[in-house]
Write a protein that binds this ligand. Structure first.
Ligand SMILES: C[S@@+](CC[C@H](N)C(=O)[O-])C[C@H]1O[C@@H](n2cnc3c(N)ncnc32)[C@H](O)[C@@H]1O
Length: 264
């Protein structure tokens, strides 16, 4: 009986490991312009998955799903892939959890918010919540530096009104508020939700982004960010008079949510 249970458990584990490797191999296969290490990783993974039951690696033409995704596992692979390509700017190996997303939203008064800006939406874990909770007509701007993530977000949020997905760095928030907010008389944001990895971004980039965030946030507005450690608290604290910190352990890794404002 015990042996049977062990056999079943091993079989299930092997099944998922194979699926995981196959998805990753397929995601890498899609990136024809991948760098040499990815090329070899791809080859290795394809050989391995072929040995696990697939006769031939996936044909380049069919080349699976685009960088956009259909389910959560594809989202994970796309994220991991972007991390491998740009570890310092992506700053995490996986998207944030829905629990962290809920905690990030806790400080937002959606009933009054007319304009919410998100920095570094990645695959859109926080964006999903913002779009679900915002009042009708509220303006949402996403500033994402990574072109592949932007492409994915555009496909994911097709048909959403008053949503603008911008492939640019967060420090240029002013330019886009002027372009998209101008017609509604909006010059500043009620909230800025940030997924930016301040711990790994270059110091001067972080400084420009925080300076712009303060400039384009309403005086009563809030800047909400998460960090995996408290190391950047003093640095972020230079830009705001108040930071309330909460912790979310149901995230990999556990994270701190910083609710930054000029009040209190
Ligand atoms: C840690 S990931 C967070 C993604 C997502 N918010 C989440 O929590 O799952 C950081 C994101 O910030 C983006 N990013 C990094 N530097 C940026 C910048 N200067 N401007 C805009 N986005 C940036 C990365 O491409 C990546 O999507």
């Amino acid at each position: 009986m015990f042996q049977l249970v062990i056999k079943c458990a091993c079989g299930t584990l092997l099944f998922y490991a194979r699926k995981l490797l196959r998805n990753f191999a397929a995601a890498c296969w899609k990136t024809n312009a991948a760098k040499p290490p990815l090329f070899y990783a791809r080859k290795l993974l394809c050989n391995f998955t072929a040995k696990c039951g697939r006769a031939t690696p996936p044909a380049r033409k069919k080349a699976v799903k685009p960088l956009s995704y259909i389910d959560g596992s594809d989202e994970m692979f796309s994220f991991l892939k972007q991390y491998v390509l740009k570890p310092r700017t992506v700053g995490a190996v996986a998207p944030s959890s829905k629990y962290l997303a809920a905690k990030m939203m806790a400080g937002i008064d959606f009933a009054s918010a007319q304009c919410i800006v998100e920095f570094g939406p990645g695959t859109g874990v926080f964006t999903d919540e913002i779009l679900r909770r915002r009042q009708t007509g509220a303006l949402v701007l996403l500033l994402e530096r990574d072109a592949a993530f932007c492409e994915m977000l555009r496909k994911k949020y097709i048909g959403h009104d008053h949503l603008h997905i911008i492939n640019d760095s967060a420090e240029h928030i002013g330019k886009y508020l002027h372009v998209y907010g101008g017609t509604y008389g909006i010059k500043t944001a009620d909230y800025i939700v940030s997924g930016l990895p301040f711990a790994s971004l270059p110091q001067d980039v972080s400084e420009s982004i925080l300076t712009a965030a303060v400039e384009y946030l309403k005086p009563s507005g809030k800047f909400i960010t998460f960090q995996y450690t408290l190391l950047r608290k003093a640095f972020i604290g230079k830009y705001f008079s108040s930071i309330e910190i909460t912790r979310e352990v149901r995230n990999l890794p556990p994270a701190y949510v910083f609710l930054c404002s000029h009040v209190g």
